[in-house]
Design a protein around this ligand. Structure first.
Ligand code: CMP
Length: 779
């Protein structure tokens, strides 16, 4: 706490009080003695302060310092006891605390209590118009010495008669003025006390003050009472003082009692101003994150209440407002909400999640919050959905900008930007190649990234084996080829045909895969070597299901997570393509029509029953292979009106198969939002091929039921929901599909070719006609 330059008003008040004392009760201001006793032991002086027995000056230097603050050595009477001396300090022209309080109470009827009078004298003390002889910062109603500023000089002038009279006249107004500001000064005095020294009365006074503070208005009585015991007063004299810097660790929460501060962010400057009653510094505490901004005093002499981190967490963690709104230039830029659930389990209090915000502020916040040592799901959500609200063309400069502006800021921050870029590149993959700005940006970023960072690449060879190599993040194709050649012992006949990433699950780029083929064509690329197609009848259901799944995996693997998002938000709007997803969805319909076609083209009843059994078995095998997409397609094919109306066929179906089919139909029951299916999937481990139309439906539902922007801010909750659906796709593919390759039967190649070339009738009318021809309507 620094003594401020006294204001004119208070300076004058002090002069009037002094003159009034000198003209009415001059004996109150006089030279005074202060008794001290000194012990000498082992060459060390110990000075015991007799009047204030709670204070011991432990060595001679402190004694000398005391002497130098205005006290003069008055007498020194050696005592009989050899190593004890007693002497007095002599203070010039001082008053005594208790006497000042007595005097004030006598003077004015508007001063009712000693506590109130203490507040009035505290006003003078805070501004340095009255000083304790030993520079104590709070006025006390005790036998302690205080001296008026005017008495500090050697020959302080005494007031003339006229001056004395004038002071008497003005005394009441002065006391009134002081009694108005006294309570605040008194409150500050209490708040400066160590919490353990606060009396019950003190706590009551603080509590009453807290009732008027805006930042605390939503808190309960109990919480305010608890706060009264821990709040600390802090004041700073000069405008421009930095309370703390962006990036530092947060240690306290602040409430502005008086004055105002600027919130300053690197590269942005002042983003907003906070005033009396506002609070700040909560974010870093609740999130255990670095300070998101620097706080700079906007005017001289600002007062704050602070709560340290430990107390904050203890008292406010569970009750603090659920929502935090950050403003820049008067506009909301980020809205955070306390996330429940995880709060108790986590070691660092509750954490806040983004509800909405401007794209740039959300990005800034996520970078700030990013922990390099752990997975970070919020930045994942951002990376997965950002193209809806900030296209790559704007994201790249934003990342670059913040990276450059903060170059001097911290290395960690740079690392965070790079980490996000990696995440982003891993998610977007090949899609970025179509965008010049993104490619250029990525090249620069990768150069900036530590070139020592190496990634593990899996290199797939045509014989279905793979090997791994380690290359620097920014390695060129030629370098990769070289590394593989070294490993395999030959560079001939090798060609890099593709590079893909399984997404960010293990920190992005480290899970990049390389598909590697020799230039000699694969057997299947040469076309079928077998004779005419074997009939479907002869193929085992398991083989068919296996090859269907294997093909579905190829198609599913090619679908980029983001295609679902493009599909939902409109690929035209986003100028993106969804070809792989379209192919995959088309395959779903193809399987359905294949089932219907086969059933409707089978004219012999007994064969049709066999066929029906076979499809149920195929569905069962697809389910075993966790290919739920094909499973649904087959069952939906069977439940198509053209098939389910074939009652003669169904009647002949053995009851075991009827039961299976019944179970499968239950699984497809759409009621309660496909609860049966969701419960089943939740129990499965990846690899899974999910029922894609349902994921699309979920996406559309989220999209249509929630606005993308709320008051110009990105509705990040919606983005989180969208990202969660995309993450399901990611989860399903987090393990590669590699069933036991004991496909013993001989006609594997035929089955493989067959399932890839279904011959289907995709016209419902035609199928219906065929169906009626097989089993005419019963009269
Ligand atoms: P914290 O991160 O602990 O420290 C800086 C504080 O500034 C931050 O908490 C918020 O309380 C406050 N603040 C106010 N407005 C903003 C803003 N627009 N961006 C970041 N911090 C802000």
């Amino acid at each position: 706490w620094t003594v401020q330059v006294p204001s004119e008003k208070i300076l004058r008040a002090g002069r009037i009080l002094r003159n009034a004392i000198l003209s009415g009760a001059p004996h109150m201001i006089r030279d005074r003695k202060y008794h001290l006793k000194t012990y000498r032991s082992d060459g060390i002086f110990v000075v015991l302060d007799l009047q204030k027995t709670n204070r011991i000056h432990s060595d001679i230097s402190e004694t000398l310092q005391l002497l130098s603050t205005g006290a003069t050595l008055y007498t020194c009477k050696p005592r009989i006891r050899s190593h004890t001396e007693s002497f007095c300090l002599f203070y010039r022209r001082c008053c005594v605390g208790t006497e000042l309080v007595d005097w004030q109470i006598q003077q004015s009827s508007c001063i009712h209590s000693r506590v109130q009078a203490v507040g009035l004298w505290q006003v003078l003390l805070e501004e340095g118009v009255l000083n304790h002889v030993d520079q104590e910062l709070s006025f006390q109603d005790k036998y302690l010495f205080y001296r008026f500023l005017d008495d500090e000089q050697e020959d302080a002038p005494l007031p003339g008669e006229a001056e004395g009279k004038e002071s008497q006249e003005e005394l009441q107004d002065t006391l009134l003025l002081l009694s108005q500001i006294g309570p605040d000064a008194h409150m500050r005095m209490i708040l400066r006390k160590h919490p353990s020294e606060r009396t019950a009365d003190d706590l009551e006074i603080i509590y009453e003050e807290l009732l008027h503070i805006k930042a605390l208005s939503h808190l309960s009585t109990t919480v305010k009472r608890e706060l009264a015991g821990v709040l600390i007063f802090e004041s700073h004299a000069k405008a421009g003082t930095v309370l703390f810097n962006q990036g530092e660790e947060g240690t306290s929460w602040y409430i502005i009692l008086k004055g105002s501060v600027n919130v300053v962010i690197y590269g942005k400057g002042v983003v907003c101003t906070l005033h009396e009653g506002d609070d700040f510094g909560k974010l870093a505490l609740v999130n255990d994150a670095p300070r998101a901004a620097s706080i700079v005093l906007r005017e001289d002499n600002c007062h704050f209440l602070t709560v340290d981190k430990e107390d904050f967490n203890r008292i406010l963690r569970d009750v603090e407002a659920n929502t935090v709104r950050l403003k820049e230039h008067g506009q909301d830029v980020l809205v955070l909400e306390k996330s429940l659930g995880s709060s108790r389990a986590s070691t660092h209090g509750a954490s806040y999640k983004v509800i909405s915000g401007t794209p740039e502020k959300i990005l800034e916040h996520l970078l700030e919050m990013m922990r390099l040592d752990s997975q970070f799901t919020e930045s994942d959500d951002f990376v997965l959905t950002h193209c809806v609200f900030i296209p790559n063309g704007q994201l790249c400069p934003a990342l670059q900008g913040s990276e450059q502006e903060k170059r001097d800021y911290t290395l960690n921050n740079k690392r965070r930007v790079i980490r996000l870029v990696m995440q982003w590149a891993a998610v977007h993959r090949d899609h970025l190649q179509e965008e010049d700005t993104s490619v250029a940006f990525l090249e620069v970023s990768i150069q900036q990234a530590n070139t020592n960072v190496r990634v593990l690449l899996k290199v797939y060879c045509c014989d279905h084996t793979y090997t791994t190599i380690r290359v620097p993040v920014g390695a060129s194709v030629r370098e990769v080829v070289g590394a593989v050649a070294d490993k395999l012992g030959s560079a001939e006949d090798l060609l890099l045909v593709g590079l893909s990433s399984a997404g960010g699950e293990s920190g992005g780029i480290s899970s990049v895969l390389i598909k590697w083929l020799e230039v000699t064509p694969l057997p299947e690329q040469e076309g079928s070597s077998t004779g005419p197609l074997a009939s479907f009848e002869l193929m085992s259901s398991k083989d068919v299901a296996y090859h269907m799944t294997s093909y579905d995996w190829e198609l599913f693997h090619c679908v980029h997570e983001l295609e679902l998002l493009y599909h939902t938000f409109g690929r035209q709007n986003l100028k993106k393509t969804t070809v792989n997803l379209d192919l995959f969805l088309r395959r779903f319909n193809e399987i359905q029509f294949w089932v219907i076609t086969e059933m409707c083209l089978c004219s012999q009843l007994s064969k049709r029953v066999q066929l029906l059994k076979k499809f149920i078995k195929i569905a069962a095998h697809c389910k075993e292979y966790r290919n739920l997409n094909a499973f649904f397609a087959v069952i939906m094919g069977l439940s198509n009106p053209a098939v389910c109306r074939l009652s003669q066929t169904w009647e002949k179906l053995p009851s075991k198969f009827k039961r299976f089919y019944g179970e499968f139909e239950n699984l497809m029951d759409p009621s309660r939002n496909h609860r049966a299916y969701r419960l089943t999937v939740a129990k499965l481990e990846p690899p899974i091929i999910p029922f894609m139309p349902l994921l699309i439906k979920d996406m559309t539902f989220t999209h249509e039921g929630n606005r993308t922007f709320i008051d110009y801010l990105v509705n990040f909750e919606k983005m989180r929901m969208i990202a969660n659906t995309l993450k399901i796709v990611r989860y399903c593919r987090s393990q590669a599909f590699s069933p036991d390759s004991t496909q013993a039967s001989k006609n594997q190649a035929e089955v493989r070719t067959y399932v890839r070339q279904f011959k289907v009738i995709d016209n419902q009318r035609t199928l219906s006609q065929l169906s009626h021809r097989l089993e005419p309507r019963r009269s």
